[in-house]
Ligand binder design. Sequence first.
Ligand code: IPM
Ligand code: MG
Length: 367
Amino acid sequence: MTNPSLLILPGDGIGPEVMAEVRKIIDWFGAKRGIVFDVSEDLVGGAAYDAHGTPLHDDTMAKAQAADAVLLGAVGGPKYDALDFSVKPERGLLRLRKEMDLFSNLRPAQCFDALSDFSSLKKDVVAGLDIMIVRELTSGVYFGEPRGIFKEGNERVGINTQRYTESEIARVARSAFELAMRRDKKLCSMEKANVMESGILWREVVTEVSKEYPEVELSHMYADAGAMQLTRWPKQFDVIVTDNLFGDLLSDLAAMLTGSLGMLPSASLGAPMANGRPKALYEPVHGSAPDIAGQGKANPIACILSFAMALRYSFDQGEEAARLEAAIEHVLADGVRTADLMGPDGGTPVSTSGMGDAILAALDASL
Ligand code: IPM
Ligand code: MG
């Protein structure tokens, strides 16, 4: 039997540093748990642009299509700000999402006990928070046509189009209902059906799909009210499903509620491949943080938790994923802190690799 394959795309900024820690964790699971991957590495984003003049080489795209899972660090940085839109680092990531057809983006917002003082909200509002935002990732205003900047009489007009087909809505709704079934069986769908036809269709299709999941309690909210409710009392939610643009905004908001933006992973899933595994890309929610890149200051936890999501969603290793998550909780409870986590309670400052080593030690202790 061949080992499952993992394609690693560290990308830009802090991407390579945090990914180096993930590689240590991957090696640990190989050596200590017999979970061995065929790991290969390639370029994406600005790093790929520097090497090939494109943020994603066709060969890399082909490798991503063939891999059992892709792990990505981060893309972008000020060095690339002046580049033409078509070759910006972000285009590499968007091409991966689109061509792999990764329509369901899972973004957990979880408040770690040891960090519940870090939120800008009161502790009792966020303590124990554990919600999941399912963001549609391959359609909507990010990709709808027509788009562009056109001349109209004497002035220019910028156009983007919000467009959703029934099947695009139904498939992401289904993935959200499936998740809700494995969690608290509560799903809230967010759109702007009061202003947008695409929102009306969204609501109708989600309601239709809900008939396949009678055990799940479905509610609907306008996305603006959803943002308000997320800040007022986020624990009212379990799973939220929403479109590409609202999901982009609401997931940043939800992540920040937890006070641990540098801690949150994500999974982008597509349809099942021939081997039954979903096409999948895992990446931290945070960006490339160019201001601290190369200094050993970055927090590798979001990227390591993204690997935990890969274990759970791509490789059926839910127990091993939980082992890794528990090791991270343990390290945090012990007060081990990268710079971004140094809060009122002090703690033991560590570098990026120091955090990786502490997690390895906690994993050893879990055996
Ligand atoms: C995200 C990011 C991306 C997005 C950017 C980098 C293209 O904000 O993953 O949330 O807008 O989807
Ligand atoms: Mg975003």
